[in-house]
Design a binder for this molecule. Structure first.
Ligand SMILES: C[S@@+](CC[C@H](N)C(=O)[O-])C[C@H]1O[C@@H](n2cnc3c(N)ncnc32)[C@H](O)[C@@H]1O
Length: 276
């Protein structure tokens, strides 16, 4: 049973249209995390499971659990932020990106941004693309800013140690160059770690960064409703220089008001060039 929607009928929570809205409002008031415009279908499925594991029969019950045990907020936060990722996720996207960087951006330093970088897999993958495609001087002057709402995930990203399954898509030659095996795990090389700067940034509530040449924002918009997609896309658009490259997740679409200003590069890859 879907407990989240179950509450709507059985408990009729006051002051909002359903139990989930009340819960998200409370979380915003108490912690400042604004998940109010995340897609309800996804949240509802995940929170329903969380309620079951906390033995709460409704969102209202769950609010009591949160009141009694503030540590429960950690579990809730990690339920609300889905951090599935891997190195070279959708390898064909990274191959295409490598071609673009080699052809167009290999000679001058780049400023890049991975927005919603989870545990760092995507940022280090982009780093390997840069190392392969750019001149040593351009690489040395480049930076990748990798941001996420979850500071614990970023701590892990800075440690840069991964299990073998996270690097399943990494070719043997790239493994050799950019990973150091350590006690059954793999540590990202110093060369790539020096390129990436991790920082906490909640893209819903914070201003974005500026002057970016290559921007990856993949598999984040899928969690936003249309309204939030438009608002956040405005921030990405502001960040990206004219002529810069934007990469979105394969299941994501450019919000309509912006689509005329972004030229797709390749088919079905969701790589775009911002018009000059
Ligand atoms: C599914 S992961 C995507 C990771 C990577 N981009 C990829 O495609 O493999 C989504 C990431 O977005 C982060 N996230 C969710 N809401 C966010 C927000 N408001 N601001 C910044 N990051 C957010 C989550 O913490 C999570 O790490």
């Amino acid at each position: 049973m879907n407990l989240v929607h179950g509450t709507l009928h059985r408990h009729g929570l006051s002051g909002s249209s359903d139990g989930l809205s009340s819960l998200l409002e409370k979380v915003y008031e108490e912690r400042g995390w604004d998940f109010r415009n995340y897609k309800r279908s996804t949240l509802s499925r995940r929170i329903s499971k969380l309620l079951q594991s906390a033995r709460a029969r409704s969102c209202e019950d769950y609010l009591q659990v949160l009141r009694k045990d503030p540590y429960e907020y950690h579990r809730l936060f990690s339920t609300l932020t889905i951090k599935v990722s891997e190195f070279f996720r959708e390898p064909e996207v990274f191959s295409a990106l490598e071609g673009i960087v080699r052809r167009e951006f290999s000679g001058a330093p780049l400023k890049s941004w991975c927005c919603g970088c989870a545990y760092g897999e995507e940022a280090y993958s982009l780093g390997a693309v840069f190392a392969e495609a750019m001149s040593p001087e351009a690489f040395a002057g480049s930076r990748i800013f990798a941001t996420d709402i979850d500071c614990d995930a970023l701590d892990q990203a800075r440690r840069a140690v991964y299990r073998e399954d996270a690097i399943a898509n990494v070719s043997p030659s790239l493994r050799e160059k950019y990973f150091v095996p350590a006690d059954g795990f793999y540590k990202v090389s110093m060369e790539l770690r020096g390129l990436v700067r991790f920082g906490t940034l909640d893209i819903v509530q914070s201003p974005s960064i500026r002057g970016v040449n290559v921007l990856l924002c993949r598999n984040l918009f899928i969690y936003f409703n249309k309204h939030l997609q438009n608002t956040v896309f405005g921030k990405l658009d502001y960040a990206l220089r004219p002529g810069g490259i934007l990469v979105m997740g394969k299941a994501e679409v450019l919000p309509h008001p912006y689509s005329a200003r972004y030229e797709p590069l390749g088919r079905g890859l969701n790589i775009f060039r911002k018009c000059r």
